[in-house]
Design a protein around this ligand. Sequence first.
Ligand SMILES: [Zn+2]
Ligand SMILES: [Zn+2]
Length: 359
Amino acid sequence: MQTSQESMRAAYLPGNDKVELRTLPVPRPAHGEVLLRVKASTICGSDIRCIYHEHLGKGPEGYQGVIAGHEPSGQIVEVGPGCRRFAVGDRVIVYHISGCGVCNDCRRGYMISCTSEKYRRAYGWQRDGGMADFMIAEEKDLIALPDELSYADGAQVACGFGTVYEAIEKVGVSGNHAVLITGLGPVGLAAAALCRKLGAQQIIGIDVVTERLELAQSLGLCDSVLKSGPDNVVAVRELTHNYGVERAFDCSANAAARATAIRATRKWGRIAFVGEGGTVEFNPSPDVIHDQKTIYGSWVTSTWLMDELVERLVRWNLHPADIITHRFGLEKAADAYALMASGKCGKVAVCSDEELTLK
Ligand SMILES: [Zn+2]
Ligand SMILES: [Zn+2]
C-alpha cells in the first residue's frame, strides 16, 4: 500500500496549554517496525496532567518533546524488514509503551514496567506518538483490531479500557458485587462499562464534575451517582443496606475520594487504586485491617491481557468509543486538548478519514 504522501502533520505539546502543529516528512519503518496511517488517537488524563499544562513528568512520565499521543489505533500502510506477523492493510492498536522486549517485565507482557533505561520508550512521551497523520510503531507493540471494533474503539483499548480491565481482573468483579467508582473521567466510565458486562448490578459513581455524573447516568453505566462531598461514605452505605460495596475502584487520584473508596467498602472487600499521582490518608486499623480489606495497586496492563480484552469486547458487543463525546480533525488538535483539560466531556478523540464522522 505504501503511502504516496511525502509529508504529514504532527502535534507537539510545548507546555503552557499549547498545541503546536508541524509539518514533517513521513517516516519510513526500520527493521521490526511498521508505518501506520493513524485513524484515531485519544487524549488521556495523563497527557493533560504531565505534559499539556507544563512538563511535570519525570522518568517514565518525562515528555521528551516528541509527537504527542499515546492512545493510537490505525491501519498498516508499510511494513519494515523482519516483521513476522502483521502485514499491509491490517488494523491495529498500539500498546503505548515500547519496552526492550527481553527483560523480565517485558517477557510478562508488561512493557509498562520495562527495566531497560535505554530501550523503554513510551509513544507520545519518549518516542513519536499518534497525534499525526502517520506514525512508526514496533511490530511487537501491536494488538490486532478485529473488524467488529472501530479504530476509535481500538484507541480506547490502548490505555483506558486496558488499564481498568487489569484492575478488574486483579480484584475480580461479578454479579455478586456492588461496585463503587470514584472519579468518572474516561477511565472511571470504562471501569463502569466493564463491570456492567461482568454482571455487576449496582454501580455507584462519584465525581466532582456535574457533566460527568450526567454522562455516567445517561450512558446507563452507573445506577446511582453522587457529587463528591463529606457525606459520600454514608450515602454509599445507605445505598447498600448499610454494608458498603464489595469492590471499589479509585480512578480520581483525589485524596478524599481514595479515602471514600476505602471506607465505603465493606468487610472483606477489595479496593483498586488506578488514578495516578496525589496522596491519601487513612487509618489502617479501622479502615483496612479490622475489616479484612485489601487494597490493590494497578498500573496499565499487559499486551496479552489487551489481546484478551479485545476478544471480550467483541463477544460482549461493548464499544469503548461510546464514551467518546467529541471528535476533532488533527488541524483542531488544540481545541481537542483544551476541551479535555476542561473536564467537561467524556473521552476526546482526534480522528481521520471515516473515523471522524462515525459515532
Ligand atoms: Zn492514556
Ligand atoms: Zn524490558
